[in-house]
Design a protein around this ligand. Sequence first.
Ligand code: KMT
Ligand code: FE2
Length: 186
Amino acid sequence: MAIQAWFMDESSEDQRLPHRRNPDEPVSIDYLAELGVLYWKLNPKKYEDDEELNEIRQARGYNYMDLLDLCPEKVANYEEKLKNFYTEHIHGDEEIRYCLEGSGYFDVRDKKDRWIRIWIKPGDLIILPAGIYHRFTLDTTDYIKLMRLFIGEPVWTAYNRPQEEHPARQGYVESINSYGVAQPAH
Ligand SMILES: CSCCC(=O)C(=O)O
Ligand SMILES: [Fe+2]
């Protein structure tokens, strides 16, 4: 099963609900790629010794790795963290997350500032580019275990919107606007 993503509805109901539009408006992996969002499907049972994962880490320089078990017992300031995750923000670097157990939603803004909801399940590895506006929420199953990857010493600092002057934001906007120009359609 490929990754599932869709344009969100406008309702302000519970953030853990799917928020699909009616009728559903799915978003393809190619559309996500145009926003700089990359995706791999791996075998989550093999994460401790996975050649494919090692190749991605090697190729992209992800020498840092840790695991985040998102449940109240294991995370300090759990409620506050969840609230911050769901506040629209950017980072100065890529955000790389690999889902090992459970599930959740990464929401990203498209070029027209619409929310796209990406449903992350075990085996899904996604990379959000530096400077993309995004947020995260658990879904109704209320649990996720994630691997976090990074190049060098991790910096998790979130810069809440608006951040139009932030260099990462400016670099990102430039990169998505030049995409169609640099790579002719085929
Ligand atoms: C739970 S990981 C995803 C949340 C997020 O956007 C972040 O950590 O910056
Ligand atoms: Fe983030």
